[in-house]
Design a protein around this ligand. Sequence first.
Ligand code: COA
Ligand code: AMP
Length: 675
Amino acid sequence: MGARHEYRPVYQTSLVDPAEFWSGAAEAIDWDVPPTQIVDTTARPAARWFPDARLNTSFNALDRHVPPAGSHETGSPESGADPANRPALIYDSAMTGARGVYSYAELLAEVATFAGAMVRLGVEKGDRVIIYLPMIPEAVIAMLACARIGAVHSVVFGGFAAPELAARIDDAEPVLIITASGGLEPGRKVEYPPIVLRALDIAESTAPRHVIVKQRERFPSIPFPAAQPATESLPSSDETVAAQWLDWADAVRDAEPAAPVSLAATDPLYILYTSGTTGKPKGVVRDNGGHAVALAWSMRNIYDVGPGQVMWAASDVGWVVGHSYIVYAPLLVGATTLLYEGKPVGTPDASAYFRVIAEHKVRVLFTAPTALRAIRREDPTAALAHHYDLSSLRALFCAGERLDPATYEWAAEVLLADRPDCPVVDHWWQTETGWPICANLLGLQQLPIKAGSASVPVPGYRLRVLDAEGNPVAAGTEGNIVIGLPLPPGALSGLWHDDEGYIRSYLSAYPGHYLTGDSGYFDEDGYLYVLGRSDDVINMAGHRLSAGSIEAAIAGHPAVAECAVIGMPDELKGHRPLAYVVLKAGAQVDPEQLRAELIQRVRDQIGAIATLHDAVVVAALPKTRSGKILRKTLRQITAGEEFQTPSTIEDPAVLTALVDQITLAREDSASENPA
Ligand code: COA
Ligand code: AMP
């Protein structure tokens, strides 16, 4: 895969001369108009990469790997395979048993046709399209089709409930929603159309003009409202007109394939909503040019995956990992991506991932530590995994949450005991950055692995750890992790229609720096240890949940006066939300019933993925004199850690009462469940 370089000089060049560094990386992309300016650092609210260049991301992901008909191209020197027939997308469903492979030529045909169907429905460049789909190939097709015509997709994770979908509809104001008749969860079918209908009912913005539904075999054909053939549809700007529902098959029938449109590198490719500290999700905007350059660079230099090799990101297209490493990055470099519908355990057992690796010769698996812990719990000796031939595996990458040393050691020493040459790599990133901030860059130079660390900063990221006053802290000292501006290409170009919110959330704490919201420390060798969020974001099973939105769901209960939600350490999922609840004066409720009702409320408002661990009724919540709930202190007390009574506390007696209550509860539970 070409000459390898050493990490340190490459990292230094990326900081000293970013324009030189990224103009080299930009050569991996086919531009309609190549960049002459690499970065405009004067742009507000964020620097703009390749501001005068033009390209199409879908063209780069598909068309350029498929030689035009009649050409005699037979294969790239790197993969040796006929490029058009090289597999682009492998689909493997542990839920239905279905398997399928799309070659680059086949995927291109599907994408161009669906793009043509959207054009026929009046979807134009810059229009937003919400994609609310399970893990089926149509999710990838819909995303790439949007990219092809310059429509801005916003994928919503299928596990979110109607109010979360409604919040995204209100912010993105889509002209089209693409959904399916349903998703399959172990032991349960989730019908999507009723959720979409309810979300449209809750949403306050103008209804989208169309809803396209992919009918799945396992679901009865759902008679949706006012279904009509696509050819008869007419866009309407009348606010009172409800969305017109169409079957995917009708929508694409006889559609003319659409050609890729030329877009500015700075045009938005997608919006992906993520949880912030408040209840309102943040619409992270990704551009086209910087994104393509950064992802292509990362495939070679971080993951060491190239044309014809199989990358499997065992995530969901609804998360950033899915956007970057299921859909865009592998295709941008002509590799093969794998879309897996299923779980690491229970579909049917803890061997599921290893069957997929062996069957499809996966070179790199990317998963969340929670998935490894789930496998370890079911199969501590990894006996099931050892039945499979894992010789194709070059590396196992983890992200979404910290890869704790115990899980790392199990993965490296038990799971991959026969593969000492296959590194287990923790790497750290966020929805906002879109690609790794810290990693062990296997394609550049593999560095020694240190358990518990996400390794070293990725080229382009100027990382610092600062104290509350903005001073750098010494190695070994925990502080706020920040990134010096400009952020590298591929990182967010702002929040959707919310420059103010972008500046407030990320840039105002430490001028000249982007605030990651994570805390951690560097060791003497420059390895970063990311310890957790320093804000009110809860990371559960590698998913990001906002304490604020869970609180909003709980506060809607008629008996609840106020509440505070914190993340409780959890053996399997890393953290789980725990609610402290103060009841309204005179409220008479049975604590067990209240608990059940609050758990249900959170599921209904946010989704099944946000399962509340517990709801504890307390007399009062500890607050500062200005009324801010002392969540950090609450977290420390709950975890049984040392804490200091903050000097700003309004009423120290509240804290004392709380400590007594929590300590007593812990003692009771210990005597009921002696170790
Ligand atoms: N649509 C609808 N519901 C969904 C869903 C989806 N796409 N994804 C999850 N859910 C539901 C589940 O069915 C479950 O519902 P239930 O409480 O009625 O059983 C609930 O949300 C919780 O799901 P999950 O977090 O998957 O927990 P689990 O206990 O079912 O499974 C693990 C545990 C470890 C197997 C699972 O959490 C997992 O695979 N984690 C890895 C996460 C991951 O890969 N993250 C990627 C970040 S990079
Ligand atoms: P998300 O935006 O949903 O990808 O979540 C990003 C957050 O997940 C980060 O801010 C971290 O808190 C956490 N996270 C992701 N990867 C890691 C990692 N490798 N180590 C520690 N925390 C991580």
